[in-house]
Design a binder for this molecule. Structure first.
Ligand SMILES: NC(=O)c1ccc[n+]([C@@H]2O[C@H](COP(=O)([O-])OP(=O)(O)OC[C@H]3O[C@@H](n4cnc5c(N)ncnc54)[C@H](OP(=O)(O)O)[C@@H]3O)[C@@H](O)[C@H]2O)c1
Length: 260
């Protein structure tokens, strides 16, 4: 997709990966709609993009609330008349062993990371179907392939995102709409204000990347219509290993995380 003047709606754009993704799409000449709960941060980012000559609409949304998601979609359509790219990025993680995990954390993660994404897809994709074009980017995680000890509740939400994306991709393929899943490893963002960074082994923490790297990968996935991306790409062989030897891989991951 040539991104010039395309309308890109990004959830979770008030921080981290979403914030950087908005800047990366704006740099390509796309018209932005940025959404999250923190209105002041959205206004700050919209101000920055406008100052740099871009076009950006800040729209408050809570993705756990269907009416709020519908209202976000309505406002974007009223303003721009279309949505070409939807980046489902809003999400958070709380890490705890399965037996100790707080049920309300588990439910809230599912509500935001999975059902929030479903709400946005159901609100926006019908408009893409009418346009006969569009691209949905679902930000999942490496945790959507590899469920390490203490990451069970969070991983479950990202496994769900990957499963849903696989089905959606085939359901809307013939309508000219693409679906990409993005699977970052650990990324240096405020995500780790809630998620416990110490649950990730020190060696793996050394591979932590900056959010602008994910943002660039997302832009490239849309431009080049790539169905699945890992960030960093060097993690992809790990998944091949998992596909070939799942039991050995799971044991190895468990041991690696328990040792820390
Ligand atoms: N950082 C990592 O290591 C990492 C790795 C793999 C995948 N990911 C995924 O990447 C995505 C972005 O995370 P990040 O690292 O950029 O974290 P972040 O900096 O904490 O950003 C999370 C974003 O989600 C928004 N959000 C949270 N709950 C929301 C809700 N109910 N409604 C609307 N927006 C909501 C937050 O905005 P408000 O608080 O303003 O609503 C914020 O903009 C998440 O899906 C995360 O699971 C992160």
């Amino acid at each position: 997709m040539n991104l010039k003047e395309r309308v890109v709606l990004i959830t979770g754009a008030s921080s981290g990966i979403g914030w950087e993704t908005a800047l990366a799409f704006a740099a390509r000449g796309a018209r932005l709609a940025i959404a999250a709960r923190s209105e002041s941060k959205l206004e700050e980012l919209a101000g920055r993009i406008s100052k740099e000559g871009g076009e950006c609409l800040a729209v408050p949304v809570d993705v756990t609330d269907s009416e709020s998601v519908k209202s976000m979609t309505r406002k974007v359509l009223e303003h721009y008349g279309r949505v070409d790219v939807l980046v489902n990025n809003a999400g958070f993680g709380v890490f705890a062993p399965v037996l100790e995990a707080d049920m309300s954390d588990m439910k809230e993660m599912m509500e935001v990371n999975y059902f929030g994404l479903v709400r946005c897809i159901q609100a926006v994709v019908p408009h893409m179907l009418r346009q006969k074009m569009g691209h949905v980017v679902n930000v999942a995680s490496m945790a959507g392939f590899v469920a390490a000890p203490t990451h069970g509740g969070y991983s479950a939400t990202k496994f769900a995102v990957i499963g849903l994306s696989e089905a959606l991709r085939e359901e809307i393929r013939d309508h000219g709409i693409k679906v990409t899943t993005v699977n970052p490893g650990p990324i240096d963002t405020p995500f780790f204000e809630k998620a416990d960074l110490n649950s990730i082994p020190k060696i793996a923490q050394r591979f932590m990347r900056k959010p602008d790297e994910v943002a660039r990968a997302i832009v490239r996935a849309v431009e080049e219509e790539i169905p699945e991306i890992m960030v960093p790409g060097s993690m992809a062989p790990l998944l091949k290993f998992k596909a070939l030897m799942p039991t050995l891989f799971a044991r190895g991951t468990g041991r690696f995380y328990r040792k820390k």
